[in-house]
Design a protein around this ligand. Structure first.
Ligand SMILES: Cc1cc2nc3c(=O)[nH]c(=O)nc-3n(C[C@H](O)[C@H](O)[C@H](O)COP(=O)(O)O)c2cc1C
Length: 178
């Protein structure tokens, strides 16, 4: 921990937490932004999702200003999009700058999402918690879309993108809902 590289531990250990790759979207006024990241569910009923967003990003600011966010779970063919959205981009509308086709939010919501994703959830922020260099946003799912196609998720493990391997059990043998 006495290292001059403040991300050493994150690179060594946190990168071993395999996860689904998502794009988090938010908007306020004329600004739209998005960032690559991940999410976890923190309640099943009502369905709630948490995301950790670093304090300096535009996406974080737009989530704070609007009280909403979208999470687009990417499928394995969307890796280029994950790499592009993982960096800041110029202009007020990152979707336009990167040429991302936006899935328009349902009525009453504003957060843009990524069209053609494996699944999209739209959330209203119900809790915000400072966590070190990030803010944890807990959102209640207020709308969602699930792709009909038998698409496979884009994953991340060990600082690499990856595809899902083979299933090693039947569907939900222990009755858990996810
Ligand atoms: C694989 C990957 C995972 C990332 N995960 C997160 C994350 O969980 N939270 C976060 O704040 N940024 C994360 N980032 C970085 C953001 O995507 C990046 O800061 C982005 O530029 C934010 O967009 P903005 O600056 O337009 O708001 C990740 C980037 C990559 C490539």
């Amino acid at each position: 921990m006495g290292s001059s590289d403040r991300y050493e531990l994150a690179r060594a250990v946190l990168s071993r937490i395999g996860h689904a790759v998502a794009i988090v979207g938010a908007s306020h006024g004329a600004e739209r932004s998005c960032g690559t990241g991940t999410c976890m569910y923190v309640s099943l009923s009502p369905a709630m999702i948490a995301i950790a967003e670093h304090t300096g990003s535009r996406t974080t600011r737009l989530i704070r200003e609007s009280g909403e966010f979208s999470v687009s779970l990417l499928h394995e063919t969307q890796q280029d999009l994950a790499a592009a959205a993982g960096k800041s981009a110029p202009g007020p509308d990152k979707f336009a700058t990167l040429g991302i086709r936006a899935a328009e939010p349902p009525a009453g919501l504003g957060a843009p999402a990524v069209d053609g994703s494996l699944a999209i959830v739209w959330c209203r922020v119900v809790q915000t918690l400072p966590t070190g260099d990030h803010l944890l946003f807990v959102g209640e799912v207020v709308s969602y879309l699930v792709s009909d196609a038998k698409a496979r998720p884009l994953l991340r493990f060990g600082r690499r993108y990856a595809r899902l391997g083979e299933a090693t059990s039947e569907e939900s043998p222990e009755g858990y809902p996810t």
